[in-house]
Design a protein around this ligand. Structure first.
Ligand SMILES: Nc1nc2c(ncn2[C@@H]2O[C@H](COP(=O)(O)OP(=O)(O)O)[C@@H](O)[C@H]2O)c(=O)[nH]1
Ligand SMILES: [Mg+2]
Length: 220
């Protein structure tokens, strides 16, 4: 009983931070999304592809969440965008107060897009609103097409599902039709992108989705 009360208080406090982040980002005209998946689904790989494509086109920043290391931030720094690594020191998710502190150090006036890569985990990050506009859940074809059924919360809260590593489909028993049906059964409003960060197939539709979400620059 006590444990439940404490958890509710933690989540309520998190929601306060998240609300403040959301107001701050909206006021700045910054679109934001939060990428959530198991470790190894390809979040950082997709960011490498995304940053390479949007270089010179869209001013963005990336927040990288990991339990340890700044390996992922190091992979992304070469693209010329601000990249901030948060190490949670054992915690299995980012929370909204961590994002708030990171926003303090970013030049928000210069940004139109904020991308967050959450800690690799399909469970904990789904409960913690960061103040982002949308949650993007990734699943790769080596994980099994039943994962939406086993971890429904994040598929319910996400607006986008990315199925990555389509290049590996011939070597697995993963079915693109089944994963789509499983996910849409939980959340019929999900927008689904199938792509391969290895071959680049399917990336254009994902990039167009980002472009469609970002507000046009203010008129001068
Ligand atoms: N074959 C294949 N491998 C991929 C693809 N995307 C990512 N990978 C590999 O999957 C591994 C984990 O990718 P990473 O981006 O670090 O995943 P993250 O933990 O979700 O950030 C790396 O070895 C990537 O090279 C893909 O589309 N096809
Ligand atoms: Mg990563």
């Amino acid at each position: 009983m006590k444990k439940i009360e404490v958890e509710q208080k933690v989540l309520a406090k998190n929601d306060d931070w998240a609300r403040a982040n959301r107001e701050r980002l909206r006021a700045g005209g910054i679109f934001s999304f939060n990428m959530i998946s198991s470790p190894g689904s390809g979040k950082t790989s997709l960011l490498e592809r995304t940053l390479a494509a949007l270089r010179g086109e869209l001013p963005l920043a990336v927040i990288e969440g990991d339990i340890q290391t700044d390996n992922d931030a190091a992979r992304l720094r070469g693209f010329g965008f601000p990249v901030v690594q948060i190490n949670t020191g054992g915690l299995c998710h980012l929370d909204a107060s961590m994002i708030s502190r990171t926003l303090d150090g970013l030049d928000l006036d210069a940004l139109r897009l904020l991308i967050v890569e959450n800690v690799g985990n399909l469970v904990c990050p789904s409960s913690y609103d960061l103040g982002e506009d949308e949650k993007v859940v990734l699943i790769s074809t080596t994980e099994g097409d039943d994962k939406p059924l086993k971890y429904p919360a994040i598929f319910r809260r996400a607006t986008v599902m990315i199925v990555n590593k389509t290049d590996l489909v011939p070597y697995t028993d993963f079915s693109l039709e089944r994963v789509r049906a499983n996910a849409l059964g939980i959340n019929p409003d999900l927008t689904v992108f199938e792509l391969s960060c290895r071959t680049g197939q399917g990336l254009d539709a994902w990039l167009d989705w980002i472009r469609s979400r970002v507000a046009p620059p203010p008129a001068r």
